[in-house]
Design a protein around this ligand. Structure first.
Ligand SMILES: Cc1cc2nc3c(=O)[nH]c(=O)nc-3n(C[C@H](O)[C@H](O)[C@H](O)COP(=O)(O)OP(=O)(O)OC[C@H]3O[C@@H](n4cnc5c(N)ncnc54)[C@H](O)[C@@H]3O)c2cc1C
Length: 205
């Protein structure tokens, strides 16, 4: 059965078109999760080319759990060799050099590991997974100036003035993004129109 690198079969096509502005970790992560839900997603990013920018960044196990589920562990496996794998910290006495305290490393399970490494290298792993593995279009050198909603349409306006990627949700279906896009609703008291009441019937997060 075909997969798109996520657990289980390719999700049904939702018919929802999603535009993500920004290809940082946040935008890339949003695009991957939308893809997992069967949405048609594209990313617009202002930088003209990917560069390995930044310094050290740390992702703790709650984020590592999310990286692990992308591509059945593929993303996590690519990030691991780029991440620091230290054996703990030794705190030395200033005068004698004697080890005063050894702090052991945190123990992680591979399904929810921490990743501490160079931001540019780890970012490139996720960027390439989105563009090459999932085939999600990333439009570079496209600064978004505005978001518009008019006449039942909504979308983004590029710096050139060009309107792009009209979103397919008509205004009268404006919804809480969490259940509609990510297939999950945590708010039992939500009074907005919601396509999903009770169990979503969609792949969970
Ligand atoms: C170049 C860079 C280097 C960084 N280095 C480090 C680091 O070394 N250590 C660390 O802890 N954190 C670093 N950060 C911050 C870290 O990436 C974020 O704090 C965190 O990962 C949140 O990511 P994000 O996707 O929410 O935002 P960001 O990583 O800031 O990404 C936002 C993206 O949106 C794009 N964007 C913004 N406005 C528009 C627009 N109008 N139109 C189109 N695109 C737009 C930006 O160019 C950027 O690529 C860095 C961020 C950047 C952009």
């Amino acid at each position: 059965m075909a997969t798109n690198g996520v657990h289980g079969p390719v999700p049904h096509k939702s018919g929802i078109k999603v535009v993500v502005v920004g290809a940082g970790f946040g935008g890339l992560g949003a695009a991957i999760e939308c893809n997992r839900q069967g949405h048609d997603v594209e990313i617009y990013e202002q930088f003209p080319e990917l560069k390995q920018l930044g310094d050290i960044i740390s992702f703790m196990p709650n984020a590592g759990r999310i990286f692990y589920r992308w591509g059945d562990g593929v993303v996590a496996a690519r990030m691991r060799p780029l991440s620091i794998n230290h054996g703990g910290f030794d705190i030395h006495k200033f005068d004698s050099g004697e080890v005063a305290l050894h702090q052991p490393p945190a123990v992680y399970v591979k399904e929810a590991a921490g990743y501490h490494g160079h931001r540019g290298e780890l970012h490139e792993v996720v960027f390439d997974y989105v563009r090459k593995d999932l085939g999600i279009p990333i439009h570079l050198n496209q600064r978004i100036e505005e978001y518009f909603e008019e006449d039942g349409q909504s979308g983004i306006i590029l710096a050139s003035g060009e309107k792009a990627s009209t979103l397919s949700l008509p205004l009268n279906r404006r919804v809480c993004a969490n259940p509609e896009l990510l297939g999950q609703c945590r708010r039992s008291d939500c009074i907005r129109w919601c396509p999903i009441k009770g169990p979503t019937g969609r792949p969970g997060l």
